[in-house]
Write a protein that binds this ligand. Structure first.
Ligand code: TXA
Ligand code: MG
Length: 318
């Protein structure tokens, strides 16, 4: 198992030696390594068991420092950066040569993010290189929102996990690209579309697909727990051994399932709270050995859109 601690100096030493660590952010925990070091990047892909066609997000501590590895920031991107960085937003920007093709899977753009987490920012400020960091889960599984989640899944492969507590946002950053002057949301995430549009006007939302060359990592079946996750269909429940059925709900219990088998993402109906709980609650139910977990979509607004995206992908069995 990895050491879980709050020692920034230790984290810096390990990163400087070309190794990878677990890192907190406000969205989900990352598996971080020196973005300028090919060996460290290779380790990230190996530890995560991630295909190299799926590019990584590069994290830094300020907009000024983005210029170290990005050649140009379009005006609309600057506007978004001014409002939402640090924050749960990732911008796709043209890369400089210091970023290797391994980081971007050969794409000309690099994904850039400034996490809004005090410990992550302190770490990044004290490094003279940015950190490439995908979510710290094995490829295809649920993203981690606590240091313990990281340890459970990757603890035997990494030395150290910097403990920044539970993630306050709970779902991954929103990813935005700029193509021929059009603003495109490639992944719905912790920053609501409504907030983005309030600053830059209408955006296009690209629904994910495994064959979308602009977002190679947006595979349909993702974020999946081991237990089958299905949408509620009362007819399906009739013949089931109901004591082996769980329900992950938004704000109301399911009337045909025992209450002790149920978790509500936000009894008060708050979408931010639901986002914060989503992955942790999926894990809790997944660990209890149910035959199936039933769920339903949330209201399709605000963070509900990103939550629904994750739920849909977790229920996809392909
Ligand atoms: O909130 C987050 O974004 C977390 C924390 C750790 O920062 N990171 C994260 O990374 O979710 P990851 O690797 O799990 O997801 C990154 C996504 C992938 O789907 C990848 O395909 C996409 O970003 N991506 C990265 N670089 C890209 C690029 N240049 N063009 C298009 N998509 C890109
Ligand atoms: Mg991920």
């Amino acid at each position: 198992m990895a050491v879980i601690g709050k020692d920034i100096k230790e984290a810096i030493e390990i990163l400087k030696s070309g190794e990878v660590i677990g890192m907190p952010t406000e969205t989900v925990y990352g598996l971080a390594g020196n973005a300028y070091n090919t060996e460290a990047i290779t380790k990230i892909f190996t530890v995560k068991n991630r295909p190299t066609f799926d590019p990584l997000i590069v994290h830094t501590s300020s907009i000024e420092r983005v210029h170290e590895f990005v050649s140009e920031i379009p005006e609309k991107a600057q506007l978004l950066a001014k409002h939402f960085m640090p924050g749960p937003l990732t911008l796709l920007l043209p890369k400089k040569d210091v970023i290797s093709d391994l980081v971007t899977s050969g794409l000309e753009t690099v994904a850039v993010r400034i996490p809004n987490h005090p410990l992550a920012l302190q770490l990044l400020e004290n490094l003279d290189f940015p950190l490439a960091a995908p979510s710290a889960n094995p490829f295809g599984y649920i993203s981690p929102t606590s240091a313990q989640h990281v340890d459970n899944q990757l603890g035997d492969k990494i030395k150290y996990i910097l403990d920044g507590g539970e993630c306050t946002v709970g779902i991954e950053s929103s990813i935005i690209g700029f193509f021929d002057d059009e603003i495109v949301v490639l992944r719905k995430g912790g920053l609501a579309i409504e907030e983005i549009e309030a600053i830059v006007g209408k955006v296009r939302i690209e629904e994910h697909s495994s064959s979308n060359p602009k977002a190679p990592g947006m595979l349909k079946s993702h974020y999946a727990p081991r237990t089958r996750l299905l949408f509620t269909d009362d007819s399906l429940l009739i013949d089931e051994n109901i004591s082996k059925i769980a329900y992950l709900g938004f704000d109301k219990f399911h009337t045909s399932i025992p209450q002790e088998n149920q978790l509500l993402l936000s009894p008060g109906g708050d979408l931010s709270e639901a986002a914060k709980h989503l992955f942790a609650y999926m894990r809790l139910l997944d660990a209890r050995g149910f035959d199936k977990i039933y769920t339903d979509l949330l209201p399709e607004k605000g963070l509900g859109r990103a939550i629904n995206d994750r739920i849909k992908r977790a229920t996809t069995q392909e």
